[in-house]
Design a protein around this ligand. Structure first.
Ligand SMILES: Cc1cc2nc3c(=O)[nH]c(=O)nc-3n(C[C@H](O)[C@H](O)[C@H](O)COP(=O)(O)OP(=O)(O)OC[C@H]3O[C@@H](n4cnc5c(N)ncnc54)[C@H](O)[C@@H]3O)c2cc1C
Length: 475
C-alpha cells in the first residue's frame, strides 16, 4: 500500500532545518507542507506593515527551499480546521502537525484546532519548536507543581544544565509533492504591507548568526548596551518567524564556550548572550504556563493597580518628541526601522510606565504597530517586567533615569544624533535643561529650538510614582 502523507502546517517556524515540528510530522510519513492564512494571521500582519513585508519574504524563501527539495508550499486561505480536514481527505493524509505558539489567544486557537481535527478522525500533533528548551523540560527539573518558573535565576540554572535536542538531520524527513494545487503565495499588498527593508529567510538567518558569532559575540558584554555600537545580534525578528532555530544557536554558542583557548572576557560575553536566549525561553514558558497574563499582570497582587489610560504627554512619547533624547531616539528608530535597540527599549518603556504612569499594555500595543518581530509573549513578558508587575518582581520597580542612561551609554551622543536630526549640530552640553540654558541657543547657529523641551521633570514624576506604587503594594 502507498505511504500516506502527513500534513505540516507552517506558522512562525519558517525554515526546514533543525525543526522539531517537521521531525514529528516526518515520523508519520512524507511531509506535505501547508501554509494557512487565517483571519488571525491576516490581522497580525495588517497591524505592522514592516512585519507583513518581512513575513512575505520569509514565505518566499521557504517555498524556494521546498522547491529545491522537489516539493512546494501549498497555500490556502480560510479556517484551518476546515482546510486541513478537506486537504487530508483529498491527499489521503492521516493527520497534521504544527508548532506551538505561546500567546494566550493563539494557544486557545491551537487547542480548538486540535480538538476539531481529532473529532474529524485525524491525528493532530503540537510540538514545541520555538524555544531551545521546551517549557515541560525545564518544569520537570522542579519538584514542585510542574507549573514552570516565575523567577529567572533558578530557571536559568536549570536551563543551563539541560542538553539541547537536535533535529538537524532527521533521517525520515521527506517532502510530498504539492499536487493539491496551491493558492498564490502571500503578497504584501494583501496586508497593506511595506517591502522588507531587512533581509529575511533561513539562509540569511544562518549567515547573520555566523557573522555575529565570528565578529561581535565575544564583545557582547561590553557592547550590548551601547546603542551606537549596534553590536547585538539583531536575530529577534528572524527568531520570531523561525528562520533560525534557537537550538542551533545555543548548541553553537555552547560549543564555542567549550573552546579551551577562549579568553575569559570572551567566555563571559558568550555566557551573557546565552542568558539572553534563555530569557526568551523563560518568557515563552511563562506564557505557556500562565496564558491569561497576555492582558493581566502575572503578579496577582498588582492586578488592581491603577495605571493611566491617557496622559497629555502620551502622544509625545508615541512620536519621539518627549524632549528626553534617548527615549525619543529609540522611538524614532523603531518607527523608521521596525526595531529598537534592546537597552533603549527598557529606558523608553520605563519612561512611559513611570514618568507618565501609563498602562504597560498601551505601550506594548503601540510598539506592536511598528515592530517586525511577531512575538506577543515576549512583548508582554518584557513590558510586565519593566512595569514591575511580571516575573522577578523586585521590592520596587527599576526606574531608569533617561538622561543618566544617555550619558552612560551614549556619552558622545552618536546614537541620539543619528535618530534626532534636530540635535545633530547642537553641542552636547546644551541637550538637557535647554529651556533655561545659554543665550547661544537663541542664535540660529543651532537648530535646538526645533527639538522638544521636556515638559515634565523625571525626578519629580518618578518619586510620585514610587510613592503610589509603594502605598498600593503595601496595602
Ligand atoms: C520593553 C521591551 C519590549 C520588548 N518587546 C519585544 C517584542 O515585542 N518582541 C521580541 O522578540 N522581543 C522584545 N523585547 C526583547 C528584546 O529587546 C528584543 O528581542 C530585541 O530585538 C533583541 O535584539 P537582538 O536580537 O539584537 O538581541 P540580542 O541581545 O542579540 O539577543 C539575542 C536574542 O535573545 C533574545 N532576547 C534578548 N533579550 C531578550 C529579552 N529581554 N526578552 C526576551 N528575549 C530576549 C531575543 O530573541 C534576541 O534576538 C523587548 C524588550 C523590552 C525591554
Amino acid at each position: 500500500m502507498a505511504e500516506r502523507p502527513f500534513i505540516y502546517r507552517f506558522t512562525n517556524d519558517l525554515r526546514l532545518d533543525d525543526h522539531a515540528g517537521l521531525a514529528a510530522a516526518a515520523a508519520h510519513g512524507a511531509v506535505f507542507p501547508l501554509l494557512v492564512i487565517d483571519d488571525a494571521t491576516g490581522e497580525r500582519l495588517k497591524r505592522s506593515p514592516r512585519r507583513a513585508g518581512f513575513y512575505c519574504e520569509s514565505i518566499r524563501s521557504l517555498d524556494t527551499e521546498l522547491r529545491e527539495r522537489g516539493s512546494a508550499l501549498c497555500v490556502r486561505r480560510g479556517k484551518p480546521a476546515a482546510i486541513i480536514t478537506a486537504l487530508a481527505r483529498e491527499i489521503g493524509a492521516t493527520g497534521a502537525a504544527w508548532s506551538v505558539r505561546y500567546d494566550g489567544a493563539a494557544m486557545d486557537r491551537d487547542n480548538r484546532l486540535q480538538s476539531e481535527l481529532e473529532e474529524n478522525g485525524l491525528a493532530a500533533t503540537m510540538v514545541h519548536d520555538a524555544p531551545a528548551v521546551g517549557p515541560e523540560e525545564t518544569a520537570a527539573v522542579r519538584t514542585g507543581d510542574g507549573a514552570g518558573y516565575r523567577a529567572f535565576a533558578p530557571y536559568f540554572e536549570a536551563w543551563s544544565q539541560l542538553p539541547i535536542a537536535s533535529y538537524e538531520h532527521p533521517l525520515l524527513l521527506r517532502f510530498a509533492r504539492c499536487d493539491a494545487g496551491s493558492e498564490a503565495l502571500p503578497h504584501l499588498d494583501e496586508f497593506g504591507g511595506e517591502p522588507a527593508a531587512v533581509a529575511s529567510g533561513p539562509a540569511h538567518a544562518r549567515r547573520a548568526f555566523e557573522r555575529f558569532l565570528r565578529e561581535d559575540a565575544a564583545q557582547y558584554a561590553i557592547a550590548s548596551k551601547v546603542p551606537a555600537d549596534d553590536r547585538t545580534s539583531h536575530l529577534s525578528a528572524l527568531l520570531s518567524f523561525g528562520a533560525i532555530s534557537a537550538r542551533t544557536i545555543v548548541r553553537a554558542v555552547r560549543d564555542r564556550i567549550g573552546d579551551p583557548f577562549m579568553l575569559s572576557e570572551e567566555r563571559i560575553s558568550l555566557r551573557l548572550f546565552l542568558r539572553a536566549i534563555a530569557h526568551r525561553d523563560f518568557l515563552l514558558q511563562l506564557s505557556w504556563f500562565h496564558p491569561r497574563t497576555n492582558d493581566e499582570p502575572l503578579q496577582e497582587k498588582m492586578r488592581g493597580f491603577e495605571w493611566q489610560r491617557s496622559h497629555r504627554e502620551l502622544e509625545s512619547w508615541r512620536r519621539g518628541t518627549t524632549g528626553y533624547p534617548l527615549v525619543d531616539a529609540g522611538v524614532r528608530q523603531l518607527r523608521a526601522s521596525g526595531w529598537m535597540h534592546p537597552h533603549v527599549r527598557a529606558v523608553a518603556a520605563s519612561w512611559l510606565c513611570f514618568d507618565l504612569g501609563v498602562d504597560w499594555r498601551i505601550g506594548r500595543d503601540e510598539w506592536d504597530r511598528f515592530l517586525i518581530e511577531d512575538d506577543l509573549a515576549l512583548a508582554t513578558g518584557n513590558w510586565q517586567w519593566i512595569a514591575g508587575v511580571g516575573a522577578d518582581m523586585a521590592q520596587y520597580p527599576r526606574i531608569y533615569n533617561p538622561e543618566r542612561q544617555r550619558r552612560r551609554y551614549d556619552p558622545a551622543g552618536l546614537y541620539v544624533r543619528h535618530w534626532i536630526p534636530e540635535l545633530r549640530h547642537v553641542p552636547l552640553d546644551e541637550w538637557y535643561g535647554r529651556r533655561s540654558s545659554s543665550a547661544q541657543l537663541a542664535l540660529s547657529l543651532y537648530d535646538a529650538q526645533s527639538y522638544a523641551v521636556p515638559s515634565l521633570d523625571h525626578a519629580v514624576e518618578a518619586r510620585a510614582f514610587l510613592r503610589r506604587y509603594r502605598e498600593f503594594a503595601s496595602s
